[in-house]
Design a protein around this ligand. Sequence first.
Ligand code: KG4
Ligand code: ZN
Length: 354
Amino acid sequence: MIILGIDTSCDDTCISVLEVKNKKFNFISNIISSQVKLHAKYGGVYPFLAKREHQKNLPVVLKKALKQTKLALNKSQGVDYIAVTVGPGLEPCLWQGINFAKDLAEKLKKSLISINHIEAHILANFVGEKSQIPSAKSQLFPAICLVVSGGHTQLILMKGIGKYKLIGETRDDAAGECFDKVAKILGLGYPGGPAIDAEAATLNLKPLTLNLRLPRPMIYQKNYDFSFSGLKTAVLYDFRSRSPKIQKSKIYIQEMAAEVQQAIIDVLIYKTIKAAKDFRVKSIILGGGVAANDELRKQFMSIVKCQMLNVKFFVPPKNLCTDNAAMVAATAYFHQKTAAKDLKKIKANANLKI
Ligand code: KG4
Ligand code: ZN
């Protein structure tokens, strides 16, 4: 079976062709056209600018994706299904991908599968050479999923594929948003997550000199919610209290990057492990752009090992943590029953819930 996935939920134009064979998902092409350089100038994503770029990029990205697969895209052969992200995301961007997918589905006389972007971030864990498609026998569930991206920070109890219950989420900024905003304060550019990750890594093995200490918001509260906007404000206040010389110094930027990253990691890990214990889960599953963070990955793995939690730990390869369409195509495999021939019913839903 071959599924073509499309994602334009934010600022990346993504098209992937996925083959499902021998109980495995193998992407035969996974093209991402990033708009980072364009949005970097503004320090964040401008939805209508992003929409215009998607419009320009989609035909080019499709051509590239198909060239890699050597697939002849016509009515009788080529792909079996087309899948497209319908939400959550930026509404004008979502519509651009949906309308493109509808045109393609009509032209090829294929049905279209609507995909939830959050579910796709979770199922990204099962794409790739080393992964098996989970089955009823896999003994993975219940699982606790932590989805951490630029728009979301959610803890989800997963009883099986398609069976999700949101148990906690951020009350204000998402973890990725906090990385991005702090990076802007420190003059590190957009997107902030990879920049902070890199700055913090330069501190490895060096003694800290400034002794910066930020809060760990809501860490010990008896719920599974998060809050990151206060953390960003704490960084801003500290930054403003420093002299211009310190603000621009390498050591301040590196130590602040490391401290804010550690504050975010501490809260994410503490609350996820608490949920894993409370719900006696068999797996912990990470997903979303922030899951590409090196320290978060390392510290999660070592805590699962040290605490002998007896859970399986999943995190996608880094290139499948950030937005991509391989995860969209993989999710579609589980939702073939919802494939629609009546394309009018398929609509964007910017606030789609899991
Ligand atoms: O999942 P994603 O690509 O898009 C959304 O669905 O939002 O996530 C993007 C977010 C951005 O906020 C970006 O700064 C963050 O993921 N991110 C990272 C890293 N790579 C991307 N955050 C921390 N460390 C990273 N290495
Ligand atoms: Zn995403």
